[in-house]
Write a protein that binds this ligand. Sequence first.
Ligand code: PXP
Length: 237
Amino acid sequence: MTNLSVNINKIATLRNARGGNMPNIVQFALDCERFGANGITVHPRPDERHVTTTDVYDLKEVLTTEFNIEGYPDERYMKIIRDTKPTQATLVPDPPGVLTSNAGWDTVKHAHFLKEIIHEIHSLGIRSSLFVAPSIVHIEKAAEIGVNCIELYTGPYAEEFTLDKEIAVAPYVVAAQSAKNIGLKINAGHDLNLENLSYFKSQLCQLDEVSIGHAIVCDALYIGIENTIQQYLYQLG
Ligand code: PXP
């Protein structure tokens, strides 16, 4: 089974456009859970342009499924993690102000830094995940550092998919196999949608979780969030 974690950043972006509390992201997250999502993902960036620190604390109070908090592990992120103890902490290498996460970790270069952070995350009883490209060397190093999961950065897959889906998925199949062989759980995310998801899932039979935001919100504009979640779950079934 592959879990669907709904990234609700875009809902916060919409709310922030007007101030006030519409749409209410806590209610939206609860509704996603009610409609079958297996988890909720947030990425509280330092500039608070979408999900804010306060949102994270509010969500922690009420969520009953897997809570996944993404972010660059600076002091601010680590305080949020220590205080809220989510199910999973997904570390991304984003520099401040980047539009969206668009590269995986260089786990070789940042091994020492990541090892200390991951040690602390585990001491809090939280599952750790590293956002990485489908690169064997970075995946093997991630395992050596002691992380529990990798999240494969699927942006390049989504881009290539429209040209040649077999070429697009090939590096991910190899990467997933090697990750499984060394005992890592496999998550994936970025630009996954109703066109490219089921093929990705069919080729990576050991996919544990996908984290999807942008396409879910776009689809929900036309068919509603309940229907959208059902369709994504169907693709993963
Ligand atoms: N995974 C990570 C690490 C991300 O930063 C994002 C975007 O916030 C996603 C998954 C979801 O990507 P998308 O919004 O394209 O579905």
